[in-house]
Design a protein around this ligand. Structure first.
Ligand code: HAS
Ligand code: CU1
Length: 561
């Protein structure tokens, strides 16, 4: 087996040189490429969406669009369902394989890729043919063609198969290393997808037991409150499924890239355990205005939402400390002098630093959303897309862009094409997203509804004009930024110089080695944390399903667009 270092005896296996076989790298590459294909479509639709808020009649300029809602569905599904999970399905198993210095299971790897590809094809078919303009939330009673729901199911199944792959590798490692701590890099990837697995079950039930039978006519009517609740049961945690792979990079990889170290092994594990425990029992904060759910239950979810704010706060301080260490190691002095010394000219680092800065605003707006009374002001206004473009639309998207700048060269063996353009791309996107979110937030505070096609809405408000124009300008810049990203990635894949690519992942060392005795060892007891997560979920959702909810299957399907 591999060499083992003695400093962090329990965690760092085979610190240099482990490489997956080419066939497995190819499967990982294709998994990511599917995400890029989706994102390419997603950004064109994103541009159209942003322009529509500037009161531009996009149906004239984008002749392939049948309706505004078709475009919005394509935008949401491509970007946050296909792109995010494609990337994570490759990124997390790769890191787990690397952390354990073991090959992945080839059958599971290709099965996951197959489910993702097929799911994506079904989604493209159903949305492009205008049979599924139900938006990414797929709320009943809006009804889509069955291929849409099957597409979502297959994408979810692909994530389960990716998790199964990581677990297979983990279990085989564990058999040979019964006493060792799980390498931190593997631990964070495993907890991220274990959380997502638990979180995905309610919407799987929603799709398999209700929406699919309802869409093919086996179930005549459905219960929209039940469908919404099952969706948000999954739907809040899904945002952390998008976020955690970015956190994996911020905690574990970025310190190495900036010349610092991971501040604390224990804190990092603790933060990911908190996400496993608290991401799921918070879904009612998306349903504060829904009838049929008691104020008491909404209050419980609000408190737990403030709880899940905490691990992100801890992340801000911990990651900032790693960055400061890197900046000081490069000669940064004084209170803030280290910031200048960070490697801003490294495109992979730049994109991720900008992602972090945007996320400060994403976090603050999240806290406002979570506060019940303030939520009444901004719910269903454009403030909400303002919030989520500073979270998934920048903290996550820009981080995945930054990771791609080393990962694609690593997977293809080709050098990144045009580093300077990569810097331009990230700055353009970052400036764009800040202008965009400012516009959306401003208009939202003046009551501009989200998910409304202004040109055809039949009502307007002069106070929405400034916000709408800013949204249009910002969205156009975001589009240009990501278009440049695609050019860079495509040029790297096809024409990048062979050789000169990184031979290994940027894997940081920890300031202190993990404890080998005492209570902290229990952090590695994954079964225990999964069990505690289930108990918390039962407490948060039990009273609703066992007490308040009475089935009300009254709604036929509606197809408006
Ligand atoms: Fe959210 C709605 C509350 C985080 C995504 N959210 C949404 C929707 C999406 C979304 C997509 O409580 C709309 C869904 C829909 O279609 O209806 N959200 C929160 C809260 C947080 C939060 C409390 N959201 C996210 C993340 C997302 C995301 C993350 C995607 C990835 N959100 C809500 C609520 C609603 C909502 C309500 C419903 C609103 C409604 O009425 O519809 C928190 O978890 C945020 C915690 C974040 C922080 C920030 C930490 C900062 C860090 C950066 C550090 C910076 C450094 C910089 C180190 C505490 C870690 C140093 C750099 C140098 C250069 C020196
Ligand atoms: Cu949420």
């Amino acid at each position: 087996m591999s060499a083992t270092t003695t400093t962090a005896a329990a965690t760092v296996l085979n610190p240099a040189g482990f490489q997956l076989p080419e066939r497995q790298l190819r499967a990982l590459r294709w998994t990511i490429y599917i995400g890029y294909l989706a994102l390419t479509a997603g950004i064109f639709h994103g541009l159209a969406q942003a322009l529509s808020y500037a009161d531009i009649d996009i149906l004239k300029f984008f002749p392939f669009l049948r309706s505004y809602y078709q475009g919005l569905t394509a935008h949401g599904v491509a970007n946050v369902i296909v792109f995010t999970f494609s990337f994570s399905n490759a990124f997390l198993p790769l890191l787990v394989a690397r952390a354990f210095a073991r090959k992945l299971n080839e059958g599971l790897l290709w099965a996951s890729l197959g489910a993702l590809a097929l799911g994506n094809m079904l989604l493209i078919y159903s949305i492009a043919s205008g049979k599924a303009s139900v938006l990414y939330t797929s709320y009943a009673p809006l009804q889509a063609h069955v291929t849409f729901y099957l597409g979502v199911v297959l994408v979810v199944v692909s994530t389960w198969l990716a998790l199964a792959n990581m677990l297979v590798v983990y279990v085989s490692w564990r058999k040979e290393n019964p006493g060792l701590r799980i390498p931190l890099l593997a631990f964070v990837c495993l907890t991220s997808y274990l959380m997502w697995f638990l979180a995905s079950l309610p919407d799987a039930v929603n799709l398999l037991a209700f929406l699919i039978p309802w869409s093919v006519g086996w179930l005549e009517k459905t219960d929209p409150l039940l469908n919404r609740t099952l969706f948000w049961f999954t739907g809040h945690a899904i945002v952390y499924a998008w976020l955690l792979p970015a956190y994996v990079s911020w905690y574990l990889l970025i310190p190495k890239q900036v010349g610092g170290r991971i501040i604390s092994d224990s804190l990092t594990r603790f933060v990911f355990i908190l996400f496993l425990l608290l991401s799921i029992p918070t879904g009612f904060h998306h349903q504060y205005t829904d009838p049929g759910i008691s104020q008491g239950m909404k209050f419980v979810h609000a408190i737990l939402t403030f709880g899940v704010f905490f691990p992100s706060l801890a992340t801000a301080f911990s990651v900032a400390a790693s960055l400061e260490m890197g900046g000081r190691n490069h000669g940064g002095r004084g209170l803030l002098g280290w910031i200048k010394k960070l490697p801003w000219s490294n495109p992979s680092v730049l994109a991720q630093l900008l992602a972090m800065i945007a996320f400060v605003f994403g976090g603050i707006t999240g806290l406002i959303n979570a506060s019940y009374t303030m939520n009444q002001v901004i719910h269903n206004t454009t403030w909400i897309p303002g919030h989520f473009h500073m979270t998934v639309g920048s903290a996550v998207a820009l981080t995945l862009v930054g990771v791609a700048y080393w990962l694609i060269p690593y997977l293809t063996g080709r050098k990144l094409w045009n580093t300077r353009l990569a810097l331009v791309s990230s700055w353009t996107y970052f400036v764009g997203v800040l202008i965009f979110a400012r516009g959306m937030a401003d208009a939202g505070l003046h009551g501009m509804p989200r998910r409304i096609y202004r040109v055809q809405a039949g009502y307007n408000n002069i106070e929405w004009d400034l916000g709408g124009v800013l949204t249009g300008i910002g969205g156009s810049l975001m589009f240009v930024g990501l278009l440049l990203f695609f050019v860079i990635i495509a040029m790297t894949i096809f024409f990048g110089k062979k050789g000169g690519a990184p031979r290994d992942i940027p894997w940081s060392e920890t300031l202190t080695a993990p404890k080998l005795s005492g209570w902290e060892v229990r952090y590695d007891n994954l079964k225990l944390w999964v069990a505690v997560a289930i108990v918390l979920i039962l407490i948060a959702y039990g009273p609703f399903f066992l007490g308040m909810y009475s089935p009300n299957f009254v709604s036929p399907g509606f197809k408006f667009f």
